[in-house]
Ligand binder design. Structure first.
Ligand code: GDP
Ligand code: MG
Length: 317
């Protein structure tokens, strides 16, 4: 039932949820009192779930404050407060993409190698197409021949045009050409793929900066959105990736992939707290349907169960 009402997210986040709640349910069941040591242990559990120190402290403080006012009588009441706190913390970064503000709306997809940029572009293209939009893709990862083919394969499968040049050609020129083509073909959304850059790889980072400079020669507002894809499974490392890409090209939004199969989904809370960047989409699998708009409340409710199935033993003390 939970699975149904939560659009599949509950099932996909099971590893993160188990990671988070195995520690918590142990605490609640142990018969400890609702006292300072319990809060400190909750805080430790949150920190260990990749949520980050400051968010964990904020959430725990809110639990303390709430307990003073509400006097929770069960572990589940405390759990409900925890879910609500996480949801509240995530709400500011729930910002739906609106591609109608520009035509074509140009999205530059960036991120390190293997995080899921190209796959996310295909999923996004599929989504926009299903919304009735004209979509175009640009094969801006000219660094690897297979990357161009990968995008062309997706384009053919989704019946979406792909602008591409040869392997090794100038990525900035591909982006520029694609923009001109998108203008003349009445395209609503242009998605530009880029090479997987290790953020420590200076040359490739410079190439990325050049892509935006060249695009800006065609239109100073370009790109309308620089979307950074990060892989949730990298945990804390995702934070330094965001930091680096911000300093090189500026980042306007995030898409977080591979939340299925990782226990590190708590990293989303750390990202939200640290950067406040809009989280547009989350990837929860490899198929085209496995991309969901980020919804704070749904995410918080999938991170934690409704019930730990235990009475809170220290409620009276
Ligand atoms: N399980 C899972 N796999 C994903 C997700 N997103 C992408 N992948 C996989 O990650 C791998 C690398 O993806 P790719 O798009 O080529 O990464 P890129 O190098 O950043 O362009 C592929 O095998 C994808 O199928 C996701 O949300 N969940
Ligand atoms: Mg790629």
């Amino acid at each position: 039932m939970q699975e149904k009402t939560r659009g599949g997210l509950f099932g996909r986040l099971s590893k993160t949820r188990e990671n988070l709640t195995s520690g918590l349910s142990g605490l609640f069941k142990r018969g400890v009192k609702l006292d300072e040591s319990l809060y400190e242990e909750i805080e430790d559990q949150l920190i260990m779930s990749d949520i980050g120190v400051e968010p964990a402290q904020r959430i725990t403080q809110a639990l303390r404050d709430n307990a003073k006012a509400e006097k929770p009588q069960s572990a589940d009441a405390l759990l409900a407060t925890l879910t609500a706190q996480i949801s509240e913390l995530l709400e500011p970064v729930e910002q739906t993409i609106d591609t109608r503000t520009h035509k074509p709306y140009v999205i530059l997809m960036v991120g390190v190698n293997g995080v899921g940029k190209t796959t996310t572009i295909a999923k996004l293209a599929n989504r926009f197409k299903n919304e009735g939009k004209n979509v175009m893709l640009a094969a801006g990862d000219t660094f690897r021949a297979a990357a161009i083919e990968q995008l062309q394969t997706w384009g053919a499968r989704l019946a979406i045009p792909v602008i591409a040049q040869q392997h090794g050609s100038d990525a900035a020129a591909v982006a520029f050409d694609a923009y001109q083509a998108a203008l003349s073909r009445n395209i609503d959304v242009l998605l530009i793929d880029t090479a997987g850059r290790q953020h420590t790889h200076g040359d490739l980072m410079e190439q990325l900066a050049k892509m935006t400079r060249v695009l800006q020669k065609a239109n100073t507002e370009l790109p309308h959105e620089v979307m950074l894809t990060v892989d949730a499974a990298t945990g804390q490392n995702a934070l330094s990736q965001i930091e680096h890409f911000k300093s090189i090209v500026g980042v306007s939004s995030l898409s977080v992939t591979k939340l299925d199969g990782t226990a590190k989904g708590g990293i989303i809370i750390a990202m939200a707290e640290k950067f406040g960047l809009p989280i547009r989409f989350i990837g929860v699998g490899e198929s085209m349907q496995d991309l969901q708009p980020f919804v704070a409340q749904d995410f918080a409710r999938a991170l934690l169960p409704d019930s730990l199935g235990s009475e809170y033993p220290g409620a009276d003390s």
